[in-house]
Design a protein around this ligand. Sequence first.
Ligand code: NAD
Ligand code: UDP
Length: 337
Amino acid sequence: MSILVTGGVGYIGSHTVVELLNRDEDIIIVDNLVNSKPEAINRIKKITGKDFKFYEVDILDEKKLENVFKENNIESVIHFAGLKAVGESVEKPLEYYQNNVAGTLTLLKIMIKYNCKKIVFSSSATVYGDPGTPKYIEELGRGKTTNPYGTTKSMIEQILEDLYISDNSWNIAILRYFNPVGAHESGLIGEEPQGIPNNLMPFIMKVANKELDHLNVFGNDYEGTKDGTGARDYLHVVDLAIGHIKALEKLDKEKNGVFVYNLGTGTAYTVLEIVEAFKKVNNVDVPYKIAPRRNGDLAIYYADPTKAEKELGWVAKRGIEEMCRDSWNFVISNMRG
Ligand code: NAD
Ligand code: UDP
């Protein structure tokens, strides 16, 4: 019996595959490499010393995806495949709905055909919208999303819930990630955004590496944060990867249901706290300038991770130092060649 990992060559998927292989799970990756490089496959093999099957397949390609199910005995799916750039989703909404929503529908349809009804889905804290409180707890439910990317996540959550209502032999975990950062401690896999990054940590990495000359800090007049800069719940990608293992274990135990969990640390750090920690831990300079607020940004939010701790036995163990150290280690051992 195998676990299918869609999007398994990507940032979070590759770290999750490493954790699965370290636990001797039999895994198969499907990825069309639209936002990842094939070298990551060899690097996963190097880290773990284990082999696995990889299919370069678009999840929208029903025939080819069905073939993966035909050739293998797939028991469960961890579904990472999707496009994730918020700004790009505003410019190309149809591509995002097509890839993320239609891609998931194709996957679910084939899963039904092969009687595979166990799935872990990558959702996001963005589905909460702006609930009017900084501490996000699962019961708040989904709010009004502010961009097509967020809406695809919200729609897919709804689709999975409706699917369960139609057939309650499904076994579904929806994981709402906060802000994943960091990289594997080997320095072999990590996040490598194309072009100029939108997210804070990849931007800091490029500034520290002198590829960009300074960081723009988007606003320093927010209320409710320590120094006026925006605050977020950053979590180490390896902790996040382990959250998926715990979610699968939960599904194995429960047999059926829809389970929604926040995966975050429960602590928010401001932009300047991250910059200062990065400089101190890595002994590098990160020049920055205060810039206007970025449209659509909230001042502060963070996870209430109590439910994941209680029901999954999952707690994020790696702190801000490890997040900054491992991000930089990935730059010096990989991006610099
Ligand atoms: P990523 O882009 O590194 O990984 C996604 C992978 O999916 C890539 O390897 C890409 O090539 C693949 N892919 C995309 N569309 C595909 C398709 N149609 N068919 C096959 N493969 C396809 O992104 P990530 O950061 O690893 O994110 C993984 C998942 O987690 C995504 O669904 C993302 O929306 C979600 N998520 C990410 C974050 C974050 O900050 N990184 C936060 C919340 C949720
Ligand atoms: N941020 C910033 N400069 C950048 C990128 C991000 O000041 O170049 C801030 C942003 O305003 C937010 C925090 O860093 O307060 C995290 O932003 P990111 O885009 O990484 O994640 P998200 O907005 O999705 O939480």
